[in-house]
Write a protein that binds this ligand. Sequence first.
Ligand code: 8YV
Length: 321
Amino acid sequence: MAKKPQIFVTQQFPDAVMARVERDYDARLNDTGRVPNAEEIVSRTSGCDAIFCAPTEKFTADVIGRLPESVRLIATFSVGVDHIDLAAAKARGIAVTNTPDVLTDATADITLLLILAAARRAYEGERMVREDRWVGWDPKMLMGIEVTGKRLGILGMGRIGQAVARRASGFSMEVHYHNRKRLPKDQEQGAIYHETADGLLPHCDFLSINAPATAENYHFLNQQRIALLPDGAVVVNTARGTLVDDDALIAALKSGKIAAAGLDVFEGEPRINPGYRNLENVFLLPHLGSATIETRNAMGFKCLDNLDAFFAGRPLPDRLV
Ligand code: 8YV
């Protein structure tokens, strides 16, 4: 029987995915119960042909430069690839694949969950019931912001942004967007295009951040840009925490300039800016965007489809470099 390719698997992925890993690969599992650091990534990959990883592992140019010669593919369990220096991988001849499409719906669903939860004060309401502080129906209790019919601005109209736009039309929202490139009409989902992000912001009763993290959009939502939003806007982020300047958003949530926020991602996660913890008008989730059984299995299978193709000498379905 042919020798199975050796791969380093950095996380305990869903069971159905791990069953396929163990059947088809000579898998070296990260069994430390925590995210491997740079040293561990380098030492554990010794003799491996490929790495099956997640965005919790950082593949900087330095780490990529120190990977053993034998490593020829990094398959990441994510659509986002800001944790991998693609140029450094390309320079070393290491292919990189990701998992587009399969997590679009789950992530768009959670974007709507955050829009609704933030606008309708779900955190305060849930706590009131659970803590037995609900003394009875009251016509002015926990009045939130109506979602139906409002303007939604989408920053980043890729697959997930478009799926958010489709869902928002079910709430009769007027959708606006900014994207580096304007989309062809048939992909715009009826949304109104703004050539610049700053031009989009004044139209956002709700702002949904759906852009990939890049060096250019680091702290995109800063104090100056928050000032461009209408007073009392709602902000949601399901993309990457680095697009938001947390101190600026916390100050705006305190002053009421931003009425509420819903956040699934944080700069430096799993640690979060402690300023969020005491705010009632922010709904916080621990990066659950793609966390459904169906989607997480599909993401894992997609990584394996790429690994299988690589070792069979076929073109990689989701090759980035
Ligand atoms: C992933 C994500 O589930 O795909 C991405 O880029 O942010 C998430 O949906 C998460 O990064 C774990 O792999």
